[in-house]
Design a protein around this ligand. Structure first.
Ligand SMILES: CC(C)(COP(=O)(O)OP(=O)(O)OC[C@H]1O[C@@H](n2cnc3c(N)ncnc32)[C@H](O)[C@@H]1OP(=O)(O)O)[C@@H](O)C(=O)NCCC(=O)NCCS
Length: 182
């Protein structure tokens, strides 16, 4: 599918870009370097080549319908503030997994709750998905709260399956939201 843009109120969602008009690479490099994102997500080392590859992979995944990734942008400046994805997409099966991150300066303003809610509306209403899952390490309180506010139901716990950057091991909580959930 060609990338779809979503207007999510105070934020604007578009496919990640690195071209002569819009360059998300500095924001992506900043996300690779952020300790909190590195703690809870697998990230490459922070470099421009790695950011280039990251953005190119997401462009390919849109074409292959394998992952729909959006840069979360300030509508006035176009600056990338975070990312939200429908990953592990299987349109035939009607399933995907939601993931997200926000740069430190953009956190705690309701951004990811708002844009993930908009992406879920697109996923269920526009794509006809039946289930969107999500998962977080037990200890990632912000992710747990976002999932709760976005209507996910906790479904289980995978014991000792995440090791953070300091070598500490965590259970992973899995949750899901169905098109038929109220
Ligand atoms: C998780 C993350 C994407 C949330 O983005 P955000 O835009 O700040 O989220 P929101 O502002 O929409 O909501 C955050 C909620 O978590 C709460 N929260 C944040 N830090 C918290 C903490 N340490 N303990 C408890 N609650 C916390 C906020 O108070 C808010 O809830 P509220 O609206 O009830 O007050 C962001 O913190 C992030 O990028 N973290 C690092 C990467 C990551 O963990 N990604 C997800 C991996 S599963």
């Amino acid at each position: 599918m060609d990338p779809v843009e979503i207007n999510a109120g105070a934020w604007y969602l578009r496919a990640p870009r690195a071209d002569d008009r819009i360059d998300d690479r500095p924001a992506v490099v900043a996300s690779f370097a952020d300790p909190e994102i590195r703690r809870w997500r697998r990230r490459p080392s922070p470099g421009v080549e790695e950011a280039d590859a990251y953005i190119r992979r997401r462009a390919q995944d849109w074409v292959r319908d394998e992952r729909y990734a959006w840069s979360v942008c300030d509508p006035a400046t176009g600056e990338m503030l975070g990312e939200v994805e429908l990953a592990e997409l299987d349109l035939a099966m009607g399933v995907a997994v939601a993931t997200s991150w926000a740069l430190p300066a953009a956190r705690g303003r309701g951004m990811i709750t708002t844009v993930l809610s908009a992406v879920l509306r697109f996923g269920f209403g526009g794509l006809g998905l039946h289930r969107v899952g999500c998962a977080w390490a037990d200890g990632n309180a912000a992710s747990a709260r976002v999932a709760e506010k976005c209507g996910f139901t906790v479904e289980g716990r995978i014991r000792s399956s995440w090791v953070d950057g300091c070598g500490e091991r965590y259970d992973v909580i899995i949750a899901g939201r169905l098109a038929t959930d109220r």
